[in-house]
Design a protein around this ligand. Sequence first.
Ligand code: GLN
Length: 552
Amino acid sequence: MAKEGHKYIFVLGGVMSGVGKGVVTSSIGLLLQQKGYPVNLVKVDPYLNVDAGTMNPTEHGEVFVLRSGLETDQDMGNYERFLGRDLTNEDYMTSGMVYQSVIERERALGYGGKCVEAIPHVRDEILRRIESAAAYNGSRISVVEIGGTIGDFQNALFIEAARVLKMEHPEDVLFVIVSYLPTPGTLGEMKTKPTQTAVRELNGYGVQPDFIIARSKEPVDDKRKEKLSVSCSVRRDRIISAPDIGSIYEAPLNFEKDALGDALLDALQLPEKRRASLAAWKKFVRAATNVKAPEVSIAIVGKYFDTGDFVLSDAYLSVIEAIKFSAAKLGRRAVISWINSKDLEKGGAKAVSVLQKYHGIIVPGGFGESGIEGKIRAIQFAREKKIPYFGLCYGMQLMIVEYARHMLGLKGAHTTEIKKNAEHPVVDVMLEQKKHLADNKYGGTMRLGVYPAYLKKGTLARAAYKKELVEERHRHRYEINSKYVKPLEEAGLVFSGTSPDGILMEIAELPRAKHPFMLGTQFHPELQARPLTPHPLFTEFLRAAIARKRKK
Ligand code: GLN
């Protein structure tokens, strides 16, 4: 079934999730790419949702939108950032997608009257998707990350598919297990047993790992490597220590120190095509991890971070990374503070003054009512106190609501997402979205993916991008109501980016004479920011924030 000689590396998790399988997968991708091999990375998510678009970001983290508009897992964002290129629909699958295709095919008599079963039909659909991703990308090596851990019930079919592929092509398939070695405080000693158990569990599927990436707080010593090697039957040089690091971008460099790239090529029986040049990457990592770089402090005013007693910033992952890339480029260290917009609401007008001490304020994407007046207050504060402000999607829509309320005197201005019969619906549902909402069709129906925007001469946006036509990724149902564009412009707001037909407002800003940086985008610029190519709008925003710091 698979293309002859095509190579596959499956990355699986042992012991527990959340220990960096995505970073391992991305790093392997980068290393092999640097060694001259075209690589594609595939994320397999075992849940039944057909895509990640309908999931609560507090629980699941950010929804990463591909160029095509597919709403995927945040790992896909890491893959794109490490590889430095766009990924496609083929590179992502969920159990929901797999089952949907099988069921649709069955309904269309596609199985010729056979009893349709998990094995072979669902398993084969998984394999078909893995292979079509390889073919579509024209790659030589596919790295496939299976979400969750080996022990998850719902992963069984994916592991089974990988096992069959290995059985048919023993030379071409590798298994990498990313495991965790805890050091319990009471013992003070690193324990290998959970990893041994995870490997045994994998053996139960008929799969033997070729590599163990041993994640832990401190580096894994020789004694423990030896123990793992013997008990898990994995060659000693294929047990790779991966201690905690300050920045995920250091991971490929650390792995390269252990010659992981060469070891993988050796195991795949592929020659090294060129020595990996990681010079540009190293330069970026040096800048991004320079603790001596002067600070620039950014407040992100959002709501998706309180889970129980913990603060989780995963929902805004790409925003954080985009800030880091631009900060590194400017030789600064960004310090990000999380401001819960619900607190700004509760605390009244005074609460918002905590924002005074920051060099820049961001209101990122969001949905729904909770915390919304707190965000509007933050935006008003940024505008009046001339603190650099960057609004992303919801952050732009609310910037318009604030401006209409306070600069146009339209007290009843609102978005119809929150107030259906707003007196002044300055942000309104897009025409084509009305039907989706009426039919309860929420999955994959927003305005999604890349759309072009024209930038007006003489604006901040145009100066930042240094070009007239840009393409950015979207994810929204609401838009600036065209009826209010003229009055807003007359009140001093500039729509510096619009759709080519001039109908949709893509970027709003205040002229530099009025405010050092007050700009909002209907799209999500953070989705296209990359370590080696930071996003120009984030860079300009940070420049303004740095200037504020100097002035203070
Ligand atoms: N809730 C808004 C809309 O649907 C903004 C979406 C977003 O911030 N991604 O248009």
